[in-house]
Design a binder for this molecule. Structure first.
Ligand code: NDP
Length: 502
């Protein structure tokens, strides 16, 4: 049997008594000199850190990635360099809008964030279980998230806020259709796919580049709750997905995903029929068939939730040589926002926390000091560059190849708005089964009926624009006049908004 550990204070001194406060006489009062009590209470008082503003409720696991197909002609990323190469990783799954104690089975996209501890630094793929997103401009992000949270007056979730914003933001219709299908309530984190949603850039040793989208396909199969099952599960086990992941790994049933990518050449991107960097759209498989890359396996539960899951911090701005950003506007906004929010939540040195720090390579630079600097802070080495005292030098080979940019600086609006309805229509008509369509309509009606009628009319017209049967069935479910919906659907968004003003 291992030797029993001695209880100490935070500085290692043994604690003699952890049951009785130091008091004057048996009845007290307590003495200020009971520094053990003071330290214990003071630390407890500071246990909570800011909750993530989105993706607050989550679960995580450790694992590895193994390359199964040679993609080195597309990218020089070292961790993808040869078949059989394995890289350790950490994954965090989450819901988006709910607070840290909210139910896992809420209708919501699921976060799907992977941190690859590569030999050339940490690479983060910070995606969702949906291949598209609600908006394509980061200026709208804070507004959008506000509508998914609580009404500022009542502190209640509010169907008017939710649908008002969506109905005034028609580009959301594709994601809304996926969210209100049963894919919006996955049975567990193991039973869902993960997507980069964004387009990224891969570049190879020769400096040639390609646009790429990632798809992590679940080997457990897609499994979903119906709306009713998901609602019931909230009271049976609000932590059902967290529990499922942790128990499956503990049983030795290691969940796995196949990573596939779609690749588009710069020439294809130039002439493609819609903007390939628009995150509200997918690249059709027929045009860009998915290519195998590798396999991700999760095989180890965290030992400590706060240390490893709560303190884990991902950013789509964490690239490694061979991978870079695309012009996707939402991605460009996220490149700033993720590091920024982690600095607020965890502090400026959050990259030194064990779960976030580079594991397969050293980290050397000239950043110094700041709160909670837990490494040796660069020791006695120089704190400026260039220097002639042996400090670390940049590696020119790690520079992303140059690329052309042109165009007028302006606040450009997206003009091909009718495009927005093509893919949700295809999803409804061509991909969904009859049962999927029925569940979709019921899920929408169950939620949208709580919004004001004028908002119902405006939103239902958008469903109608995606597909007349789709919009017609939602209208019938809500008791709206289908003729009126057809009329609203025929208007421009501007006129539709006017016709449904308060
Ligand atoms: P495909 O028929 O080649 O692919 C359809 C895709 O839809 C499959 O990847 C399937 O993957 C996924 N899917 C099935 N049911 C649903 C659902 N209820 N909600 C969301 N996804 C679902 O068609 P296309 O590539 O031409 O795309 C047609 C439509 O499929 C798109 O408009 C889009 O809405 C949807 N889709 C397309 C994806 C893409 O990358 N091309 C990815 C995901 C969805 P699986 O069952 O493994 O999830």
């Amino acid at each position: 049997m291992s030797e029993k550990k001695v209880l100490t204070n935070n500085f290692g001194a043994p604690v003699g008594n952890d049951l009785n406060t130091l008091t004057a006489g048996t009845k007290g009062p307590a003495l200020m000199q009971d520094v053990h009590l003071l330290e214990k209470l003071a630390h407890f008082d500071r246990e909570r850190i800011p909750e993530r503003v989105v993706h607050a409720k989550g679960a995580g696991a450790h694992g590895y990635f193994e390359v199964t197909n040679d993609v080195s002609k597309y990218t020089k990323a070292n961790f993808l360099s040869k078949v059989g190469k394995k890289t350790d990783l950490f994954v965090r799954f989450s819901t988006v809008g709910g607070e840290k104690g909210s139910a896992d089975s809420e209708r919501d996209p699921r976060g799907f964030a992977v941190k690859f501890y590569t030999e050339e630094g940490n690479y983060d793929m910070v995606g969702n279980n949906t291949p598209v997103f609600f908006i394509r401009d980061p200026l709208k992000f804070p507004d959008f998230i506000h509508t998914q949270k609580r009404n500022p007056a009542t502190n209640l979730k509010d169907a008017d806020m939710f649908w008002d914003f969506l109905s005034l933001t028609p580009e959301s219709i594709h994601q809304v259709t996926i969210l209100f299908s049963d894919r919006g309530t996955p049975k567990s984190f193991r039973h869902m796919n993960g997507y980069s949603s964004h387009t990224f850039k891969w570049y190879n040793e020769k400096g040639e580049y390609y646009w790429v989208q990632y798809h992590f396909k679940t080997e457990q199969g897609n499994q979903t709750f119906t709306g009713e099952e998901a609602d019931r599960m909230k009271s049976i086990d609000p932590d059902c997905a967290t529990r499922d992941l942790c128990e499956a790994i503990a049983r030795g049933e290691y969940p796995a995903w196949r990573l596939e990518v779609q690749i588009m050449t710069p020439e294809q991107a130039k002439d493609y029929r819609f903007d390939p960097f628009d995150i509200t759209k997918v690249w059709p498989h027929a045009d860009f068939p998915p290519i195998d890359v590798g396999r991700m396996v999760l095989n180890r539960n965290p030992e400590n939730y706060f240390a490893e899951v709560e303190q884990s911090a991902f950013s789509p701005g964490n690239f490694v040589p061979g991978i870079g950003p695309s012009p996707d506007k939402m991605l460009q906004g996220r490149l700033f926002s993720y590091h920024d929010t982690h600095r607020h939540r965890l502090g400026v040195n959050y990259h030194l926390l064990p779960v976030n720090s580079a594991k397969a390579c050293p980290m050397h630079n000239y950043q110094r000091d700041g709160f909670m600097r837990t490494d040796n802070n660069g020791g006695s080495g120089p704190n400026y560059w260039p220097n002639s005292f042996g400090g670390p030098d940049p590696k020119p080979k790690a520079v992303e190849p140059s690329f052309e940019l042109s165009g007028k600086a302006d606040r450009h609006a997206y003009t091909l708005v009718d495009d927005d309805f093509v893919q949700p229509g295809d999803l409804y008509r061509k991909v969904m089964t009859d049962q999927d369509r029925t569940n979709l309509v019921n899920n929408i009606v169950g939620h949208l009926k709580r919004a004001q009628t004028r908002i119902q009319l405006r939103q239902t017209a958008l469903f109608y624009k995606a597909d007349p049967e789709y919009g017609g069935r939602v209208a019938e479910g809500l008791g709206l006049d289908v003729k009126k919906i057809e009329q609203l659907a025929g208007m421009s968004q501007e006129d539709r908004v006017k016709a449904t003003e308060a």
